[in-house]
Design a protein around this ligand. Sequence first.
Ligand code: ATP
Ligand code: MG
Ligand code: FE
Length: 343
Amino acid sequence: MIILGLETTCDETGIALHDAAAGLLAHRLFSQVKLHAEYGGVVPELASRDHIRRILPLVEQTLAEAELQPCDIDGVAYARGPGLAGALLAGAAVAKGLAWALDRPVLGVHHMEAHLLAPMLEADPPAFPFLALLVSGGHTLLVEVAGVGRYHVLGESLDDAAGEAFDKTAKLLGLPYPGGPALEKLAAVGEPGRWVFPRPMVDRPGLDFSFSGLKTAVVNAVHNTTLDEAARAAIARAFQDAVVDTFAIKVKRALVQTGLKRLVVAGGVGANTVLRERLQAVAGAAGGRAYYPRLAFCTDNGAMIAYAGQQRLSMGEQDVGEVEVRPRWPLGELAAPLANAGL
Ligand code: ATP
Ligand code: MG
Ligand code: FE
């Protein structure tokens, strides 16, 4: 069964074709980073308009790359939420239009479920159950995953998401948007230990996170020093060390608490090499290992939407009715796919 996946939750138009038997057939991504860079963040109205411009040409390119025709598509999946309402509507409208024209089933999938399942696209996917750390631009979640749609949220951020903290810190250091990759690069040449920032909430029990205090610590450091190149790099280093330490401590705690051995790390911040190495060591010390999507599938992409759609559409799940999106949609509200109908 061949599923077309459409990702348009934010500022990336991602299109992919996934086959149940052969795996990922083709994928294309258009990033709007340049469009939003001069505003220092995503402008929702510009994002939706650009998705409308990009989606169909990208679908055509993806089909061509896979040497397929529209009629070869067996089902269409799109990201129903969470995300920007206008951007979501652009993807949902095209997905439903295509599905209706082709007379195929269509399903809106959860963007964070798709992030969570992204490591399944790799050659050596994790078996269920596993612990998932989802660290992206809008979310920081620790989830116990028993199977597709069987999620128990163990902890989350009480304020800023991890990616948001990276982006805000990067901005304070004068780095371009999106700040995560630029901050990682700068931190790599930063002197360790010149600043030491708090590891938020690690001395309290529980698995929640908070990054706003860390942001305040960065603001103070920036204001109380001459911000030359060495100072900027040392602050970036101190920030990244604090975030990585915090995740290492909480992930270790969650592995002990749940008895799980496998760890999945997904979402844009999961592209951070220092974090990846550290969490691999944490999982290894717990007698298990960590699983990651390839770097390109940590941030938003169509492949993860096609894969998540594949899992649910193949179980007979599909949308009924009009175009509808869910800009706010807690992961904990998702249900497992019903193993009935079939297509
Ligand atoms: P969400 O998935 O919560 O809706 P999003 O889709 O905007 O949010 P992603 O595309 O998954 O988020 O990830 C983007 C985030 O990842 C940005 O905040 C970006 O700064 C961060 N990021 C990307 N690469 C790195 C990196 N190497 N180090 C740290 N952060 C990174
Ligand atoms: Mg993005
Ligand atoms: Fe995302």
